[in-house]
Design a protein around this ligand. Structure first.
Ligand code: MRU
Length: 347
């Protein structure tokens, strides 16, 4: 397997990330020197994927801390809080973004350290979150292996790989780990309209790893299941409610219904930081509505008439009843999720 690329890092006092808008045609890096540039990169999806968004936001805080010219410590903290709020407003659904911002904020809010030390503390924490993300993904991968068999044909949706994380990936990390065990698998990759994370990003990663895969239109998955050509599904998550409902890329709900109809196990792979302990069920998770142009255009080419109504939610809800298991870094959660989650956390 090729060396898996790293999606985001801190280098020479800047944040350097793969510009995912350019893939698969060009592998180009984007450099951010302020938290405003990080916000822009998140909004325009130069960086995307729940865990990657968390780390981007954390590095955004490190940039803000460096760039603030404070009158005193209270002023520093007030301006840093402003930056945190601005970063929080970049995208609404993936909880990892808010989780990472809180992790940073908790380091500084009541600290007695000097401004210069706080700048270092924030950067160290952001780097730690990035390193932890990689370790977490390897653990998720290892924990998922026993759920798969030699010869499996696995459907996945969106991009949950190195590009959606700092490296390795969640659902795609599981697929990587399964493949490493020399299991003779094939991956079916949904193109994932409208932004095409499957066709552009997952296909690029799997090709690079030489893992056998077939790219399909989203609407083909049902027919493949009917033909018994898919026997497992694994997807990622942007936010998980306490009852096990999962919000993930638009199209995930339909796949889960199809999988249930065809008695196909449906797995979600995600770090525990994706669980929102304040939200009881999926219906309360905010769903991002994106620009209608993502639907009416493909790669800057207009494909629909002018002046029409468009509905473009970026995510949907996978009801917990449709989920066979949730693969995390601490092990595999099975239904009833509310109960297993509690026992899991008290270990
Ligand atoms: O809109 P995106 O590309 O940020 O959405 C990403 C997804 O929905 C992924 O499936 C999810 O973040 C899990 S990634 C490890």
């Amino acid at each position: 397997m090729n060396d898996i690329r790293r999606t985001i890092k801190w280098e020479d006092n800047k944040v350097v990330m793969i510009d995912q808008r350019k893939l698969p045609h060009k592998l180009e890096m984007l450099t951010c020197t302020s938290h405003y540039e990080v916000i822009e990169a998140i909004k325009n999806m130069a960086i995307r994927g729940a865990p990657a968004l968390g780390v981007a936001a954390a590095f955004g805080m490190a940039l803000a801390a460096r760039n603030i010219k404070p009158k005193n410590k209270a002023d520093f903290l007030a301006k840093l809080k402003e930056a945190k709020d601005e970063l929080s407003n970049s995208r609404p659904t993936a909880i990892n973004l808010f989780w990472a911002l809180d992790e940073i904020w908790n380091e500084v809010a009541n600290s007695q350290e000097t401004i210069d030390s706080l700048r270092e503390i924030i950067l160290d924490k952001a780097n730690l979150l990035a390193e932890q993300d990689i370790k977490t993904n390897y653990l998720i991968g290892e924990n998922g292996v026993s759920l798969f068999n030699d010869g499996d044909t696995i459907l996945t949706h969106c991009n949950t790989g190195s590009l959606a994380t700092v490296s390795y990936g969640t659902a795609l990390g599981v697929i990587r780990s399964v493949y490493k065990k020399k299991k003779n698998i094939r991956v079916y990759v949904n193109e994932t309209r409208p932004v095409l994370q499957g066709a552009r990003l997952t296909a690029w990663e799997l090709k690079d790893d030489k893992i056998p895969f077939t790219l399909i239109c989203d609407s083909t998955a049902g027919f493949l299941m009917y033909q018994k050509k898919i026997n497992k599904v694994v997807v990622g998550a942007d936010r998980i409610a306490v009852n096990g409902d999962v919000v993930n890329k638009i199209g995930s709900y339909s796949i889960s219904v199809l999988a249930k109809t065809h008695n196909i196990p449906f797995f979600v792979a995600a770090p525990l930081s994706t669980i929102d302990f304040a939200i009881a069920s999926g219906i309360d998770i905010p769903i991002e509505q994106r620009d209608p142009r993502e639907v009416t255009f493909i790669m800057n080419k207009k494909i629909a008439p002018d002046h029409i109504e468009v509905y473009n939610p970026a995510f949907d809800i996978i009801p917990h009843e449709n989920i066979t298991a949730i693969i995390t870094e601490h092990g595999v959660l099975v239904p009833p999720y509310e109960k297993t989650l509690k026992s899991f956390l008290s270990k």
